[in-house]
Design a protein. Sequence first.
Length: 288
Amino acid sequence: GSHDSFSFYIDEASPVGPEQPETVQNFVSVFGTVAKKLMRKWLATQTMNFTSQLGAGIRYFDLRISTKPRDPDNELYFAHGLFSAKVKEGLEEINAFLTDHPKEVVFLDFNHFYGMQKYHHEKLVQMLKDTYGNKMCPAIFAHEVSLQYLWEKEHQVLVFYHSPVALEVPFLWPGQMMPAPWANTTDPEKLIQFLQASITERRKKGSFFISQVVLTPKASTVVKGVASGLRETITERALPAMMQWVRTQKPGESGVNIITADFVELGDFISTVIKLNYALDEGEDDTT
């Protein structure tokens, strides 16, 4: 999976996202485009678009949705500090890949919503229906979802929706079925300790599970590396230690399930995660 999957494109001409603290809002109001260019270096956690990520092997997408202040069209956008592409365009891009590859399955995790009212959620639900239709798998028990089951039903999309709205729509899986504990640290050692503890504590059945191999910059980190950005200052330096942890994992009910990272093309992250599948016991080939 990819963390902040949509952030390969950030619109520097857009306003700051509504979830940003007042200090950031003030910073941008004073320094304008220069501030946004610097922010982009820390907010963009991916460089590949959806089609390229899918082609490389990514199947889980971390999606955060926002309305734009004073937008007369009430359009929905992907957002991470600044706004990214329109949601409709991203969903259609993913759908084009699925149509060309009928045996591929993706997980769409809508886990943050900013500035959204009831009618915005209704708009997004309708957008999902219009884009994916019967490709979406209705919410059932997680351990019942095998590739064989999905292929037989011709389902290719599982949509996780971290809002009470999910309880009203059959094809929305409740957010608690896709837990993603967050380490919130810049220290690779602390991250690995957190990841290991999270796996130990995860329930064996009843939900999917995300291990976020992601370091989060503090304000002081950003100030020190303001011109270089997230990739150079944090991700590339920590990559060897993080990849060593990934390589030593075991998949299955008591191990890793979905692993997400920033800049998924770095190193051999994708191929290493895919290889973990081969560690499953013979006879479990069609399990989740």
